[in-house]
Design a protein around this ligand. Structure first.
Ligand SMILES: *Cc1c(COP(=O)(O)O)cnc(C)c1O
Length: 429
């Protein structure tokens, strides 16, 4: 590291021992970073190829208002997404407000009263508990007579195939698989593992619909769950595929009939995909998608750096410092609330926006415990930007993700360590 860079770290409040420790960890990661860059290269080509094939032009960035009939930018972007995910169709809209909304939409649109939803890979993401009605909630699928069944993972984190076989019955209509660990300490699944699970489920019941919650997984590998048999992949544009530029939105890519159902549920029966003006937001969707492969790579480097830093300091980390990556989330278990809080405050202090504020734990809607969140983001709540979330409950793990650039992710992790050292939770001597 050059002297001027080191000096600037010092001016920004990071002590020499933290910077030196960080450099020693960085030295060992060169090969892994090269492998990430190679995946980003492939995915960058995939995105550009899809944009060229669909003749993306300046006209796609123009403004449509009102009903939004024949919105060229919107309709072309949906074709680009369908090509990237190798699906028949896609719904990519600013009217899909977030990832939970996209997932809720995909489920509600394709399930009918009397159907059963199966999660064969354990508990889904916290906010889906209310969507499904695992925690009673107004408007849940349960209120509409859709039942839910779940098969937990085996102790070693693998699929309980025998129990899954028993859980599939004549009512089972849709199977939901979450690629990323979310707020759990299980491993995330590789696309290959997801493909094996899909093949198993479809062998038992070929007509079952498989949906994959793809949040945080896009562009981490060269293939996506839709390449291994998923009928729908669903995600948020303020995570990976928005590339940090999309200010809102969600996507669903998949089989034509399923996407059609989603479109009728999103707007109205009879209207479907035809309406929904893009209101001038399209350039950010395209440009964000263009940047998404390298942004995801930066976030991955940050996650791997954090894993190696905290593993060396003897904190449990998931994934560990050497494992392959299937999403951009890094969990670090501090075992006590003070560790979670200091880590998040360090991430906040390294942000380009709102670096001067001090995050506090609070009762966030949709979560069943207090959560502390650090995010000094250009887009509120964007978690492809450097951010950290820590539910204040055992095992007191922090979930860290994002970083639009690798140097920023590195700064954030060094700052988190600086805060842990200051609080005497970590000693570097
Ligand atoms: C973020 C996330 C969601 C929900 O997305 P929001 O945009 O926060 O509503 C669902 N599932 C997983 C795995 C996620 O990471």
């Amino acid at each position: 590291m050059s002297l001027i860079t080191e000096e600037l770290y010092r001016q920004m409040g990071i002590r020499r021992s933290v910077v030196t420790f960080g450099e020693s960890v960085c030295e060992e990661l060169k090969e892994r970073f090269d492998a990430i860059d190679a995946i980003a290269e492939y995915n960058q080509l995939k995105v550009i190829h899809a944009m060229q094939k669909n003749r993306v032009s300046d006209a796609c960035f123009q403004f449509a208002s009102g009903y939004g009939y024949d919105d060229l930018g919107r309709d072309t972007l949906e074709k680009v997404y369908a090509d990237i995910f190798h699906t028949e169709d896609a719904l990519v809209r600013p009217q899909i407000t977030c990832g939970t909304h996209a997932l809720s939409l995909a489920l509600a649109a394709n399930l009918r009263p009397g159907d059963e939803l199966l999660s064969p890979a354990g508990k889904p993401y916290d906010t889906l508990e209310e969507v499904i009605g695992i925690r009673p909630s107004k408007g849940s699928l349960a209120e509409y007579g859709i039942t839910y069944s779940q098969v937990d993972l085996l102790e070693n984190g693998s699929f309980d195939y025998e129990a899954i076989r028993r859980a599939i019955n004549e009512k089972t209509r849709l199977v939901t698989i979450q690629r990323s660990k979310g707020y759990q300490t299980r491993p995330s699944f590789s696309v290959k593992q997801i493909g094996e699970l899909i093949a198993f489920v479809k062998e038992i019941k070929p007509e079952v619909i498989v949906m994959v919650d793809n949040c945080y997984g896009e562009f981490v590998e060269t293939i996506e769950p839709s390449d291994v048999g998923a009928d729908m992949v669903v995600g948020s544009l303020i995570k990976n595929p928005g590339g940090g530029l999309a200010p809102i939105g969600g996507y669903i890519a998949g089989r034509k009939d399923l996407i059609e159902n989603c479109s009728y549920r999103l707007t109205s029966p009879g209207l479907g995909k035809e309406v929904g003006a893009s209101l001038g937001i399209m350039q950010s969707f395209y440009q964000g998608l263009f940047l998404a492969p390298t942004v995801t790579a930066s976030a991955l480097k940050g996650a791997i750096f954090a894993a190696n830093i905290y593993e060396r300091l003897s904190f449990p980390v998931i994934p560990d410092g050497t494992e392959d990556r299937h999403d951009i989330i890094q969990a670090v278990t501090f075992g006590k609330p003070e560790g979670v809080i200091a880590f998040c405050r360090g991430i906040q202090a390294a942000a380009p926006v709102d670096s001067y504020v001090t995050p506090e734990p609070w009762a966030m809607p949709g979560y069943d415990s207090d959560v502390i969140m650090a995010a000094g983001a250009f887009v509120q709540g964007s978690s492809i930007e450097l951010s950290a979330d820590g539910p204040i409950k055992p095992p007191y793990a922090v979930y860290f993700q994002g970083g639009l650039t690798w140097p920023h992710a590195k700064l954030g992790i060094l700052m988190s360590l600086e805060y842990l050292v200051r609080e005497e939770i970590v000693s570097l001597s």
